[in-house]
Design a protein around this ligand. Structure first.
Ligand SMILES: [Cu+2]
Length: 339
């Protein structure tokens, strides 16, 4: 009898656990894709689903995730899931020659993992990262929603993802080359676009804003937000016990910082890289890593640089993040597939 009760209790526990973790399956193609960084600066990428950044993968902590990847390019690739612990699952870590053979042209591979820990993670190719990650746009956000959110993050009403990168234009149309120590990046982007072709970050007074910075390239970026102090609340997806109050944060390659602040100062406020050489487009200042926080209700001005711009929502995946877990392509990032 005692055994039966224990067995029933264990079964109940198993049911409770499985009810929490969802199984989610996604599929992606890697495709030769031409994107435009700004003006007429095109770039040959190996994009996931033909877009840079890659699709947003948004799951719950503990979910059982399957991702099928089809390599439609002429190069080898893999996916590394940056930030996942992969406990007892190291062969899913996506490193060619260490955890798996690279996915060859025309081949597919199925990744299977548990989504842990929670937070702002990302994914990227791990074959010839110098070129594939730094110059060919092979990166996207992986957001794992926590089972137990912090009191601070529960207050967030507007959530934005900003992936920061650099590009050397001399390799733009030379896939298979580039990513050398002698490279001199001359284009700098947020979510694959440079100012003034980025989108503004639209908020309304009273919002609690979360900015998820992801360093996808190989340079440092010193991100400054005007008119607000923010809390550096998360580092690499993990909540900081003592968040730091700041107006500038230095983010290095691979790092993530989640900034949280109250939108309490209506106006238009610059957000920019304070490494001044990163605010150019080619030889031309001002451009690169800059955008504007726009409060709702501020009248337009004829001289406002983003004022004549067609607003495209979801440039920071803000709409997708509101919808909850799922797999999100975004038209705004779609390039031209190269046959
Ligand atoms: Cu690759």
């Amino acid at each position: 009898m005692k055994c039966l009760i224990v067995a029933m209790a264990m079964m109940a526990l198993a049911i409770t656990n499985s009810a929490v973790a969802a199984s989610r399956s996604f599929e992606m193609n890697i495709q030769d894709t031409e994107i435009t960084l700004v003006n007429n600066q095109k770039y040959h990428t190996f994009a996931f689903n033909g877009q840079v950044p890659a699709p947003l993968i948004y799951v719950d902590e503990g979910d059982d995730v399957t991702v099928v990847v089809n390599n439609l390019t002429a190069m080898n690739h893999t996916i590394h899931w940056h930030g996942l612990l992969q406990k007892n699952n190291w062969k899913m870590d996506g490193v060619p020659g260490v955890t798996q053979e690279a996915i060859k042209p025309g081949e597919s591979f199925t990744y299977h993992f548990k989504a842990e820990p929670a937070g702002t993670l990302w994914y990227h190719c791990h074959v010839n990262t110098n070129e594939h990650v730094d110059l060919r746009g092979m990166w996207g956000p992986l957001i794992v929603r926590p089972k137990h959110p912090t009191a601070l993050e529960k207050t967030v009403t507007a959530d934005f993802i900003l992936m920061l990168s650099e590009w050397d234009s001399k390799w733009a149309d030379k896939p298979g080359f580039g990513g050398l120590p002698t490279d001199q990046p001359d284009y700098f982007t947020i979510n694959g676009k440079a100012f003034p072709e980025v989108q503004p970050i639209r908020v309304k007074e009273g919002d609690v804003v979360r900015i998820r910075l992801i360093g996808t390239g190989d340079k440092m970026h010193s991100i400054h937000i005007h008119g607000h102090d923010f809390l550096i609340a998360f580092k690499d997806g993990q909540p900081l016990k003592s968040p730091i109050i700041a107006d500038t944060v230095l983010i290095g390659p691979g790092e993530r910082y989640d900034l949280i602040f109250k939108a309490d100062n209506p106006g238009r406020w610059m957000v920019h890289d304070h490494i001044e050489s990163h605010t150019v487009n080619g030889k031309q200042p001002m451009g690169g890593i800059m955008t504007v926080i726009e409060y709702a209700g501020i009248p337009n001005d004829p001289w406002y640089e983003l004022g004549s711009h067609k607003f495209v929502p979801n440039f920071y995946y803000e709409d997708s993040l509101k919808k909850g877990p799922g797999f999100y392509n975004a038209d705004v990032f779609q390039g031209k597939v190269i046959e």
